[in-house]
Design a protein around this ligand. Structure first.
Ligand code: NAP
Ligand code: ZN
Ligand code: ZN
Length: 346
């Protein structure tokens, strides 16, 4: 066991504070990672505030981890000391169910093991990336290509794969009109990735405040959803709408923006349920779908795709003492576009 510094929420809704946690000794197929950067995902806030239901405390959030391997177990074959690596939202799964065998570990039928706020298959609680080191089985560790620096790579481990996976699955590409709802952490990466895939990209944001950034990062069009004219003008326009909104949304209004056979894929995980008049999907044979992160192999594919296309997150690098302030800013949609913690400051 190694004692390492971390930032934790001691209880639901309590401010995060510096503490120490124990990391297990490296086992046969484990990798010890010296964490350099950890992104702040809105999911960290939902969980630290028990917005999704009962959580485990103390909680060390963080599932956008980038760092360097500093030790490997005797059975490790994929990584060596000095490798640049990342860890995303899960650190284990059953590995034998139908979904795990298909590379869909995120949908493991026995439940994947979350990077934090979970109990590992060894019965021990898991602690996330707001810390200086982490020990993870090599099968849940990703390689960060040389072309991406670690600070802007960290958010790809959740926000990147969560947008890449549905964009791929629903065939975003040349000739496709894709809208991204919400221009925050997930949204801005969704725009960059959809643009790199060759789609015509529209941002649907609450206001035009971030329009210049949106256009710079790859959006062809940018509209404010606070303006009712937006919904008239864009009616029936899109093949695919990706909603990254963290709060309940008027899904019917957004479904009206789809073409016949279009799909609205929701990745936002609001704390309250939403209601929907089902005529919104009947007319026009529309699909309403959801998507959760991505499998390990697909996450590696996403990192390689991002390196090839020069994609990293737009970040505000913060010290650990600024985490609570960053949480407040994320909650008021004041993020440009991902807060990343320099873990040397923990
Ligand atoms: P974020 O950085 O806070 O971005 C969310 C964006 O949604 C905001 O920037 C804002 O964009 C928009 N928004 C916020 N409140 C809104 C409201 N009341 N009405 C309309 N729009 C609103 O959060 P994130 O880290 O990208 O995460 C987004 C959501 O995805 C969270 O719920 C998170 O838990 C979830 N998530 C899901 C998965 C998955 O696997 N499915 C993975 C990661 C995260 P504008 O300012 O542009 O309007
Ligand atoms: Zn996340
Ligand atoms: Zn499984």
């Amino acid at each position: 066991m190694t004692t390492v510094a971390a930032y934790a929420a001691p209880a639901a809704k309590a401010p995060l504070e510096r503490t120490t946690i124990e990391r297990r000794a490296v086992r046969e197929s484990d990798v010890l990672i010296d964490i350099e950067f950890a992104g702040i995902c809105h999911s960290d806030i939902h969980q630290a505030q028990e917005g999704w239901g009962k959580a485990i405390f103390p909680m060390v959030p963080g599932h956008e981890i980038a760092g360097v391997v500093s030790e490997v177990g005797p059975g490790v074959t994929k990584f060596q000391v000095g490798d640049r690596v990342g860890v995303g939202c899960m650190v284990d799964s059953c590995r034998v169910c139908e979904n795990c065998l298909k590379g869909l570990e995120q949908y493991c039928l026995d439940g994947n093991t979350g990077t934090y706020n979970a109990v590992g298959r060894d019965g021990e609680p898991t602690y996330g990336g707001y810390s200086q080191k982490v020990v993870v089985d090599e099968n849940f560790v990703l390689r960060i290509p040389d072309g991406i620096s670690l600070d802007v790579a960290a958010p790809l481990l959740c926000a990147g794969i969560t947008t890449y996976s549905p964009l791929r699955h629903w065939n975003a590409g040349p000739g496709k009109k894709v809208a991204v709802v919400g221009f925050g952490g997930l949204g801005h990466l969704g725009v960059k990735i959809a643009h790199a895939m060759g789609a015509e990209v529209t941002v649907l944001s609450q206001s035009l405040r971030k329009q210049d950034d949106g256009k710079k990062l790859g959006a062809d069009h940018y509209y404010a959803t606070s303006d009712p004219k937006t919904f008239e003008e864009l009616r029936g326009s899109f093949d695919l709408i990706l909603s990254t909104v963290s709060a309940p949304l008027d899904l019917g209004a957004f479904l009206s923006l789809l073409r016949t056979d279009g799909a609205l894929v929701n990745v936002g995980a609001p704390e309250e349920p939403v209601s929907l008049n089902l005529f919104s999907v009947i007319g026009g044979r529309k699909t309403l779908a959801g998507s959760g992160i991505g499998g390990i192999q697909e996450t590696q594919e996403m990192l390689d795709f991002c390196a090839e296309h020069g994609i990293g997150a737009e970040i505000e690098l913060i010290s650990a003492s600024e985490i609570n302030e960053a949480y407040e800013r994320v909650q008021s949609s004041d993020v440009r576009y991902r807060f990343v913690i320099d873990t040397a400051t923990i």
